[in-house]
Design a protein around this ligand. Structure first.
Ligand SMILES: *Cc1c(COP(=O)(O)O)cnc(C)c1O
Length: 426
């Protein structure tokens, strides 16, 4: 038995499913997840000394590559000055300034500890300032594990959401409305029918939690317009897309100004951080400057702030995104061509350095129903084939992939070569 197997078997007896976040357990693809011992640049090394080219990047944060010397030095230096104080620090001010400078719509920002906290807090704020309770989200989008987001559409034409997980109160998700992604007409219809008013629309401006599904032209602008007409706040959940699809996130890429934005992943540089921000008049409603309560013992933590600041400094270097996008395009084009040559039905998607590969004959994927047409058995063979070749992809058809600045040409060539061997077995 491999050391990973021994660890996993033991872990399942003391940690639910053996993991601290569900998708890590390989349930969708079967098998045993490698236990990682260390990482460097584009590579992961497991406890059995196997090396993998990493396309998970901790599910998004590791955009500058693993153990980047600048980030490591910043965290080490911060740790030497103490891990946490429960009092404000200068570095938090610098990080807030950087976020405001980089993300177009953010005038004021609050740091939290995860993306989940950011989305929960942004929705609370939206409900507070609009005096309304309802929330609209889109099927297949993920906004963390807050109760309000664990909803799915009720049957028929019912507008009330129903819980998508046991333990979520019916009453909580009754206020959560869900519609298919990219369906602006359905959004307009819903707003016309919903006379009580909707507090907020929350959306992943590029969907990354049902594979990578970009917004259709006009979808985001249409949402902004509907929200404006109805006094509803538009929340861009940029936990994944922030600093990923462009320095200023999807809002910069598509030129849309949301009222509130949630961030996470990259701003922590691999440490636990989230943030939410937006218009000053809204953000000033947060305690202690306003009445909307939200707090955190470790929020603005010095180590996380140091890692975030160092990461944001690296991505602000000229040409960073051009290089990253070009490399990701080379990767996607390379694999796409091999699959086409092998006559394997697929659609590949990419926005910046975030990508998706769907084994489906649908040419254009717009929403979760489209994503669900995928051949998940073929995905399973693809995933395990690539893993055996030393390429670690996200272990589910319904997750996006990421590259980092450490994925140089040689790494990408090696990946395409591995793919050419695996595709013969699909
Ligand atoms: C990852 C993610 C979250 C949740 O962030 P956590 O830090 O895991 O709580 C929320 N929204 C989106 C779009 C995400 O990708």
């Amino acid at each position: 038995m491999s050391k990973s197997e021994i660890l996993f078997n033991h872990a399942t007896t003391i940690i639910p499913g053996g993991v601290n976040s569900p998708v890590r357990a390989f349930k969708a693809v079967g098998g045993i997840p490698p236990f990682i011992q260390s990482a460097q640049g584009a590579w992961l090394i497991d406890v059995d000394h196997r090396r993998y080219i990493d396309y998970i990047g901790s599910w998004g944060p590791m955009i500058v590559g693993h153990a980047h010397p600048t980030v490591v030095a910043a965290v080490q230096e911060a740790m030497g000055r103490g891990a946490s104080y429960g009092a404000p620090t200068e570095a938090e001010v610098h990080l807030a300034e950087k976020i405001i400078h980089m993300v177009p719509s953010i005038e004021m920002v609050r740091l939290v500890n995860s993306g989940t906290e950011a989305t929960m807090s942004a929705v609370r704020l939206a409900r507070a300032v609009t005096g309304r309770d309802s929330l609209l989200m889109f099927e297949g989008c993920y906004h963390g594990h807050g109760d309000a987001f664990l909803a799915k559409a009720g049957s028929g034409l019912a507008t009330f959401g129903v819980p998508s997980s046991p333990g979520v109160p019916q009453a909580t998700v009754a206020q959560t409305l869900t519609l298919p992604y990219n369906d602006l007409v359905a959004v307009q219809d819903l707003f016309n029918r919903h006379t009580a008013g909707i507090a907020a629309v929350i959306v992943e401006p590029v969907a990354g939690n049902m594979g990578c599904i970009p917004p259709e032209p006009g979808f985001l602008a249409g949402l902004a317009e509907v929200c404006r007409q109805h006094g509803t706040l538009l929340i861009f959940d940029e936990v994944m897309t922030g600093f990923r699809v462009a320095q200023g996130g999807a809002q910069e890429l598509y030129g849309i100004t949301p009222d509130l934005t949630t961030l996470g992943k990259i701003i922590g540089g691999g440490l636990p951080v989230g943030a939410y921000g937006g218009r000053k008049d809204l953000m000033q409603q947060i305690a202690p400057s306003g009445p909307v309560y939200q707090a955190g013992t470790l929020s603005g933590n010095p180590l996380a702030t140091a890692a975030g600041l160092a990461t944001l400094e690296i991505i602000a270097q000229p040409g960073f995104y051009e290089t990253l996008d070009w490399r990701c395009q080379r990767l996607c084009d390379g694999v796409d061509q091999l699959l086409t040559d092998a006559a394997i039905a697929h659609t590949s998607t990419r926005v910046g350095s975030m990508f998706g590969l769907f084994f489906t004959d649908k040419q254009r994927l717009k929403n979760y129903d489209d994503a669900k047409t995928c051949d998940v058995d073929r995905f399973r063979r693809w995933f395990h084939g690539m893993l055996r070749e030393g390429v670690f992809l996200a272990p589910s058809q319904f997750e996006a992939g990421f590259i980092s600045m450490a994925h140089d040409d040689a790494t990408i060539d090696a990946t395409i070569e591995a793919a050419s061997r695996v595709i013969k077995t699909l």
